[in-house]
Design a binder for this molecule. Structure first.
Ligand code: XLS
Ligand code: NI
Ligand code: NI
Length: 438
């Protein structure tokens, strides 16, 4: 392995280790149920944040300057950057990465030139994947950065922009297939509106659905077998995004006959922005069998925007893991660190600390969630709480075999229901007994 990063491979040192550049809980080789922890967790690195992010924010330019970002032209820099990225994926023991088309290859002066550049870079990525064994979790197209998308991509009022976006996704699908991508993501950053004074909401939603159907058709035509994912977000950059949260996403997918083709990519920070918990979004998706993948990050309770921080909150992640494991896992999905360094974190070492912290927190959460499920105390509590629906008239309600008239007779006969405690405080204390075992 080359050493452009000047930092070695990160090794597992155990929970009591005080070595900062080591894993405390993520032991990639650890066998759990006959599968390595690396294969259970399917961690992925977000190319845009970790290799294109410069620390810029709406108030000031970037602060992060990487030594490999100079070279004779944009293509050679893009290749060198890719070499460093794959060195990082290996050193941090992440089996996957994700990208937008424009992250990996610079946009050209025309669509044709952009496609040609992409082809050159993709060939390089393919070699790197083969040499390292690192795989592509998902690909996507950047349909939000370029000024042409200022009024949206699939929901743009100009059909010309719709066509341009379609061409870009067509190419991104081909490239994702070429690199063996296991999923393809749609995050509609500008698929929403800022004012209804200039917006036909009904038409825009129908256009978005038409766009997604065209993508499904094209994937079929070229034999791309990856899972399509929708990544809900309520706002930012638009004031109102159409796939606001998982619940509105389900309504959208079902209304337009897309629910057979899509699952959800749930991002922690987007859940917060929608006024939900991370676990809530996972449960809502899992309840209808549409849990797909996770964009692993967190926001800040005091800042109301998508700060994309690395998540080290073991309690929040343990609850999320309980819901994910109970739903049967993520299938072809994984945990993608859609997270970025803070603006003053300008050292390469910071990139390692950030991912070590995120990976360790997820690995610990995974282990704690497994203990919680194996012991089944919460499961038992919840089962008991609904026991009146397991037999008698409760069962008849669930089976659709009763009527208001019959239930009225039961209510007359049984009189006032007894108040039964939800025992929230007891359960919160019980949860803490697991968290503090960690
Ligand atoms: C932005 C999104 C974005 C998607 C990929 O808020 O999280 O990074 O994950 O387009
Ligand atoms: Ni994301
Ligand atoms: Ni985000």
């Amino acid at each position: 392995m080359q050493n452009l990063l000047k930092i070695g491979k990160i090794n597992y040192a155990g929970p009591t280790s005080e070595t900062p550049l080591s894993f405390k809980h993520y032991n990639p080789a650890e066998l759990i149920d006959g599968k390595t922890l690396k294969d259970h967790l399917r961690f992925s690195i977000a190319y845009w944040h970790s290799f294109r992010g410069t620390g810029g924010d709406p108030f000031g330019p970037g602060t992060i300057v990487r030594p490999w970002e100079t070279g004779k032209d944009a293509i050679s820099v893009a290749k060198k950057r890719a070499d460093v990225a794959f060195e990082f994926f290996q050193k941090i023991e992440a089996p996957f990465y994700c990208f937008h088309d424009r992250d990996i290859a610079p946009e050209g002066r025309s669509l044709r030139e952009s496609n040609q550049r992409l082809d050159k870079i993709v060939a390089h990525f393919k070699q790197l994947q083969q040499a390292t064994g690192v795989r592509l979790l998902w690909g996507t197209a950047n349909l939000f950065g370029n000024p042409r998308f200022m009024n949206g991509a699939a929901t743009n009022p100009d059909a010309h922009v719709f066509a341009y976006a379609a061409a870009q996704v067509k190419k991104a699908l081909e490239v994702t297939k070429e690199l063996g991508g296991e999923n393809y993501v749609f995050w509609g950053g500008r698929e929403g509106y800022d004012t209804l004074l200039n917006t036909n909401l009904k038409r825009e939603q129908a256009h978005l659905a038409a766009f997604l159907h065209l993508a499904v058709d094209y994937a079929k035509a070229i034999g791309f077998k990856g899972q399509f994912l929708i990544e809900p977000k309520p706002k930012e950059p638009t004031k109102h995004q159409y796939d606001f949260d998982v619940a509105s996403g389900i309504a959208f997918l079902k209304t337009f006959g897309l629910d057979q083709h899509f699952k959800f990519n749930i991002e922690t920070n987007h859940a917060t922005l929608a006024g939900h918990t991370f676990q809530h979004e996972i449960e809502v998706a899992a309840a209808v069998g549409l849990l797909g993948s996770i964009d692993a990050n967190t926001g800040d309770t005091l800042i109301g925007w998508d700060t994309d921080q690395f998540n080290t909150d073991v309690k929040e992640l343990t609850l999320a893991m309980v819901s994910i494991l109970r739903a049967g896992g993520l299938g072809s999905g994984g945990f993608n660190f859609d997270a970025k360094l803070r603006r003053p974190s300008v050292d390469i070492e910071d990139l390692f600390h950030a991912h070590i912290g995120g990976m360790d927190a997820y690995a610990l959460a995974f282990k704690l969630a497994r203990q919680i499920l194996a012991e089944g105390k919460f499961e038992q509590f919840v089962a008991d709480r609904y026991a009146t629906f397991d037999s008698g008239f409760g069962r008849a309600i669930e089976q659709g075999k009763t009527s208001f008239k019959e239930l009225e007779q039961i209510a007359f006969k049984l009189g006032e229901p007894k108040l039964r405690s939800g025992r929230q405080e007891y359960l919160e204390n019980l949860l803490n007994t697991y968290i503090h075992r960690g």
